[in-house]
Structures are given as C-alpha cells and as structure tokens.
Design a protein around this ligand. Structure first.
Ligand code: SF4
Length: 71
C-alpha cells in the first residue's frame, strides 16, 4: 500500500497529524507530508480515519502493485 497527499488539495489544518502523527507531519510550508508508513492494523485504521476526516480529501491510499495489468 502507498499513502499519498495531494498538495494541491491540502489546506494544512493538521487534522491528519492529530489523528496519526506516526504517519503524517505538518511542516512549516503549511502542507502535510507522509513521513512513515507501517502496515499494521492500528496504523491502517488511523490512516483510514485521517482519510475520512481530511476536509479536502487530499489523502489517498492505493494498492502498490508492480504488475497492474489485468490477466
Ligand atoms: S487533513 Fe488533509 S487538508 Fe488537513 S493537513 Fe492533512 S492532508 Fe492537509
């Protein structure tokens, strides 16, 4: 899995960092960044909460597949 933040959408309110500081960090430039990612159930639940709570839907989580072609 891969967590990304669309910086064109992020308004820097820090909600994601409040929910999951292990993964999200609000920096001086007013944007949130993904600083780490751990695929544990606890972290995944918090990431999903952050995705739900982000007011601009800037956070997304995608399957990271090396072969995206369908068989
Ligand atoms: S919750 Fe969304 S808008 Fe707020 S800082 Fe995080 S990514 Fe940016």
């Amino acid at each position: 899995m891969k967590v990304t933040i669309d910086h064109d959408e992020c308004i820097g309110d820090g909600i994601c960092e409040n929910i999951c500081p292990e993964v999200f960090e609000l920096r001086d430039d007013g944007l949130a960044y993904v600083i780490a990612f751990e695929e544990s159930p606890e972290i995944m639940a918090k990431i999903e909460e952050a995705i739900d709570e982000c007011p601009t839907s800037a956070i997304s989580m995608d399957e990271e597949e090396e072969e995206a072609e369908e068989g």
